[in-house]
Design a protein around this ligand. Structure first.
Ligand code: SAH
Length: 243
């Protein structure tokens, strides 16, 4: 994958998938040969606008994955990673795959991620994103997670489903002792049903349920304040440990 990023001094960026062709943007066009220059080079468009070029990283490509279903945002993914300590040795199962946003991010960090979805149209989107991000350790299954989880001794199971409590019995059989089960739900009735159900099982420990609110600020000379309109609510994260 040899994708490139072009940035302007003002903070705008362009993502280039094919450097074998000239690239056209609002500032004019850049010759294909210039797109092959080394990282950090300054490149001029035909209208003399200066842009900097560098090779796209995982995160640059990740921001451009295809979206079907509503995805889990990076602020919430950050907390999942930080609370579980998952790493290059971890085995993870995720459901539903949706656009594969969470699954792809985790696959970039973990040993193996398997993601389940019941909808074939979403499976196709995840396959596309897997290929786009070149993730060899991501397995995609067109299966209902409520009917069983094939993988065992898992370090983490992530659920982003309408009825996550229905996945609890299968999660119990597939998690290693000490492994994590995390459920992401946009609404409180889902959180209540999930946490109240799982709290009755002595083989699970409810660690905490969290809503993570992120406020971005704009900083321009003395105009320093929160950005006026931004996403307030995404979802609640419930952290459970298999004990
Ligand atoms: N976390 C995903 C988004 C998931 S959206 C992301 O970050 O991209 C919820 C998905 O759950 C939908 O795609 C839906 O088809 C799937 N789903 C619903 N019930 C399911 C079930 N029983 N088993 C597997 N997938 C299911």
């Amino acid at each position: 994958m040899n994708h490139k990023i072009l940035t302007t001094k003002e903070g705008k960026s362009f993502y280039i998938k094919d450097i074998s062709k000239d690239y056209h943007c609002q500032f004019g066009f850049i010759k294909s040969n210039d797109l092959k220059k080394k990282d950090g080079s300054i490149i001029k468009t035909n209208t003399k606008k200066e842009l900097k070029i560098f090779t796209a990283d995982f995160i640059d490509s990740y921001k451009r994955i295809k979206r079907g279903a509503q995805i889990i945002t990076r602020k919430d993914i950050g907390l999942i990673v930080a609370e579980t300590g998952i790493n290059k040795n971890s085995k993870v199962v995720d459901a539903g795959a949706g656009s594969g946003a969470l699954a792809c991010f985790l696959a970039n960090l973990c040993k193996e991620v398997t993601t389940y979805d019941i909808r074939e149209d979403f499976i196709k989107i995840v396959e596309h994103n897997k290929e786009f991000l070149n993730l060899k350790n991501l397995k995609i299954k067109n299966k209902n997670i409520y009917k069983g989880i094939d993988e065992k001794q898992l370090d983490l199971i992530t659920l982003d489903l309408p009825e996550p409590w229905l996945a609890i019995p299968n999660a119990k059989k597939s998690l290693k002792i000490g492994g994590f089960l995390i459920s992401y739900s946009p609404t409180i009735p889902q959180v209540m049903d999930f946490v109240n159900t799982i709290s009755k099982d002595k083989d699970f420990m409810h660690v905490k349920t969290v809503e993570l609110i992120q406020r971005e600020w704009e900083i321009e000379e003395r105009k320093v304040r929160p950005i006026t309109t931004q996403t307030v609510h995404t979802g609640f994260l419930s952290f459970i440990r298999r004990v």
